[in-house]
Structures are given as C-alpha cells and as structure tokens.
Design a protein around this ligand. Sequence first.
Ligand code: RAM
Length: 334
Amino acid sequence: MKKRPIVLSALTLALGLGAASLAQTTVLKKGLKITLLPKNINNPYNVTETQGGLDAAKEIGAVAKVVGPSDAGASSQVSYINTAIAQRQNALILAANDANALLPYLKRAMQSGVKIVTMDSDTAPEGRTIFINQANSEGIGRAQVQLLGKLTNYTGDIAILSATPNATNQNTWIKWMQEELKLPKYKNMKLVKIAYGNDDDQKSFTEMQGLIQAYPNLKGVISPTTVGISAGARYLSTSPLKGKVALTGLGTPNQMKQFVKDGTVTAFQLWNPGDVGYLATYAAAALASGQITGKTGDTFTAGKLGKYTIGANGEVVLGPPYTFDKANIDKFNF
Ligand code: RAM
C-alpha cells in the first residue's frame, strides 16, 4: 500500500489543519444561488460530500442549499432539477443517478441559464459543463482488483456488490475492474456475479447474504460503494465466513472502523467526500461568475484545495484515492 505524501496533505487540509488560500475568491460573484443535489440524502457519504459544498459556499458568500430524494433513482432527481430552474439558481451541482435519463431536464436547465456541474457520478458530457471526478476512474477500478488480489492470494470466485445498476460512477469503475481482471496474474480469480444493493442499506445487506449463500467458493467481494461495503461488512462480521471471505471496496472510515478493528475487513479505499463537494462548489461559482467557461485548460482556485485545471471533456480530478487499514483508520473522522 503506497502512501503518497500528496494524498496525506490533501486529507490533512480537509481535517482543517491546513491554511486556507482564498486568493481568487475576490473575483467570484457574491450571493450566487447554488443547489446541491446528491444521489440520495440519507447516505453519510452524501452528507459529508454536500457539507463540503456548503462550507465552500460560506467561504465565497454564496447561498447554497442541499436537496434530494431518499432513493438513488434517476426519476427521483427530476423534480429537484425543475425546481432549480424555477427558482433561477445560478448553478446546480448534482451526482447523477443515470448517465442519460436526466439529459432533457439538464439541457433545459442550461438553456435557462443554470450552470450545471456534476460531481461523484457523471451524466453524458452534454448534460453538464464540468464533472468533478473524485479520482481517476481507471485508477479506482484497477486498484480495487489489485487490493482484492492481494487479499485473496489471487485465487477463487469473486463478486462485486455495487450501488444501483444505472450509477455512472460505479459502472465506470466496474468496467475498469473487468479490464484489470483480464491480466494474466488474475487467471485463477473468477468474477461470478455483479449484485446491486441500490445504495440502500438493507438491500445491500440482503444481497451480500445472497452472494455468500449462492457461491460456496466465494473468496472475495469488492463493494465500490460506501453503502454496500458497510452493509456487507455488517453481514460478514457475524457470519462464520468472517475473515475467510475478503471484503474490500470504497468505504468511509467512520462506517468501517469497527469492521477493520474486528477483523472483518483488512483494507479499503476512498477519498474525502467533503473535498468533492467543496471543489464542485468552487467550480460552479467560477462558472457562474464568468471566471471560466469550462473549456479544457481553464484554471480556477478552489479555496484550501488550491488550483485546478479543467481536463478533457470538462473533467476535473480531485486527487488519488487513499487506502485505509488498521494502522491509519483512527486518524480520520468522516
Ligand atoms: C456511495 C455512492 C457514491 C460513491 C461512494 C463511493 O456513497 O454510491 O456515489 O462515490 O459510494
């Protein structure tokens, strides 16, 4: 597990230990109206993510609010997009529950003058101007398989416990997991099932149970969702297979601490979700202030996180993911 100093310093800053650099905020407009729309509102990941957005809004004098559905379905997000248009919001920041289903509504919003920034889970590029990606998608997907390979000694049946079947972020990561699995070193590992817990705690728990029961040779599960990995760990922690079936994926340190300490989970990954929302809000404010248009090469300053450049297809990458284990998990509180 490599720990790159740059990752630690980003997280250290997120913990409030760093100095804020607000140099560029003077050119951002004051009083911008910004709506944050996460996948769903009852997921601790999304709470931390949108809190980062509210923190950024406070720094720049914007009026921000968080709205959203209780389930992670695309149709559940439509009314919130329409409300943002009706309320003449300057910007809407959303984690999209589907890559295509929201496009007509998002296009209407953009035509009405609402700047659209996606974070966490993207739409097709024509549905937004900027996408704030938490980390490089290929890197996330491949790293999950590399971690599970190490934990299972590169042998046995494996499964994926994902979020919703339409989640753009998880589907992109899974595509890269499948690419990684094609490499010769994984020839004795077989992906037997992709299950979907819909980012619903109870459904994820039941799906984990189903995987364990249906596949007796199961040696490992990757759950690239904080809801899935925590529900999966809760199931495994009281199962005779605890410590025998390896579970890894993307989790929040606070939800996973107890399962790392009781030996259910050895290691998992994530970034700071608060930084995703924080960066997205600075990007949205820069767009709505006319400071940037979102074209490749545009740069903007995101408060304490520093300077970012818009990459190809309007994508901005927050930074590399971080691996949490017994040795470091107590240092984090989110
Ligand atoms: C869940 C959500 C979110 C994803 C994280 C890793 O909280 O699916 O979109 O980024 O997991």
